[in-house]
Design a protein around this ligand. Structure first.
Ligand code: PHE
Length: 348
């Protein structure tokens, strides 16, 4: 029966040699299956034990059990050693973390220049005690025109190339001024005069699209109603806002008459060119840039909204937010600003 003893020794040697060459968990698992699995060599030997004579059983039984226990122990040991080596390698890798290694470029999102610009404008006016108002872009004839002292057949309606809609008396607002009316009405209803607020938002005009016109653009309305408001308040507000927006300690403004049916008197407020001293392409060599239409709220507008013009007065303005954004960021084509082209927008 010495051949059985030889077999046991051979299996033991084979196992030791194979484990020594095993470098992965899978290698170890394959070895376990080959020796201890259902059809493994050790399992088969143990199975054959029952066919041996009593004496052989006595002699080889303990040897086989020993072989099984040894095999189990050395396989587990090897497995644990591998796990430990793996953990150590991961730890070493961390220790040698290279802080100068370059990361693959990550695509980062950012605010649209409009969003950024509107936040900046809002911050300035909030700091002056103004509220932020919103109003519908799908408006009625009443709020967009009639309540603003532009009745049916008033020639001023021609200034606004209007997108009328299928719903009679409804249009896409041509300016943000209807928000003025809504704000005054609300204040009267809630007995909340005086009020001050701005309303940035989209406006629509049926215009041919070119570098400086689009059928959609943005304006920012401003309104202040209180007792004894004068044009001096409007000019000071415009100047303060423009100085803060263009980050200038000094910024001259000048006033020209301007006609809008909902203000009296009405003005066009220009600012000194913020890009040059003696004329450039932005100010068309004039050193002045037209930025800020406004005026004192027309008594008819106050009356129509339920405010007594003998008691209250106010100023309103409605600057082209799109135009100002293009000026500030040096964008010379409105189609780029409205394009949604990432390559372009990424620059801001
Ligand atoms: N809503 C006017 C326009 O779009 C601008 C404006 C607003 C003028 C408020 C005066 C006062 O042309």
């Amino acid at each position: 029966m010495s051949t059985l003893k030889n077999t046991i020794d051979t299996i033991q040697q084979e196992l030791t040699a194979k484990l020594a060459a095993a470098h992965t968990q899978k290698d170890v698992e394959d070895i376990r299956i080959a020796f201890m699995g259902k059809k493994g060599s050790i399992t088969e030997l143990l199975g054959a034990l029952k066919d041996l004579s009593i004496e052989d059983k006595k002699e080889f039984g303990p040897l086989l059990q020993q072989l099984r226990q040894n095999a189990e122990a050395s396989i587990n040991q090897h497995k644990n050693a591998l796990l430990e080596a793996q953990a150590q390698a991961a730890l070493n890798k961390q220790k040698h973390f290279d802080v100068t290694a370059t990361l693959p470029a990550a695509v980062r999102g950012h605010l649209h220049p409009y969003t950024h610009f509107i936040q900046e404008i809002q911050d300035i006016f909030l700091s002056m005690g103004y509220e932020i108002w919103d109003g519908p872009e799908f408006e009625t004839d009443f709020y967009n025109f009639t309540a603003l002292n532009i009745p049916q057949d008033h020639p001023a309606r021609d200034m606004y190339d209007t997108f009328w809609t299928d719903k009679p008396g409804h249009l896409l607002r041509t300016h943000t001024s209807p928000v003025q009316i809504r704000a005054i009405e609300k204040a009267v209803k809630e007995n909340k005069l005086p009020i001050a607020g701005i309303a940035p938002g989209r406006t629509y005009r049926h215009e041919a699209v070119d570098a400086s016109h689009d059928f959609m653009f943005m304006q920012c309305e401003g309104l202040l109603i209180d007792k004894n408001v004068t044009i001096a308040n409007l000019f000071a507000t415009a100047q303060t806002f423009l100085k803060r927006l263009f980050k200038k300690d000094e910024l001259d403004i000048r006033i020209r008459p301007g006609f809008f049916p909902f203000v009296e008197p009405g003005f066009e407020i220009d600012m000194r060119c913020v890009f040059c001293k003696s004329g450039c392409s932005v100010c068309k060599q004039s050193t002045w840039i037209e930025v800020f239409p406004g005026g004192l709220v027309h008594p008819n507008v106050l009356k129509a909204a339920g405010v007594n013009p003998d008691e209250y007065s106010g100023f309103a303005f409605g600057f082209g937010l799109t135009r100002l954004a293009m000026l500030k960021y040096g964008i010379d084509d409105i189609r780029l600003l409205h394009s949604g082209k990432i390559k372009f927008l990424e620059q801001f």
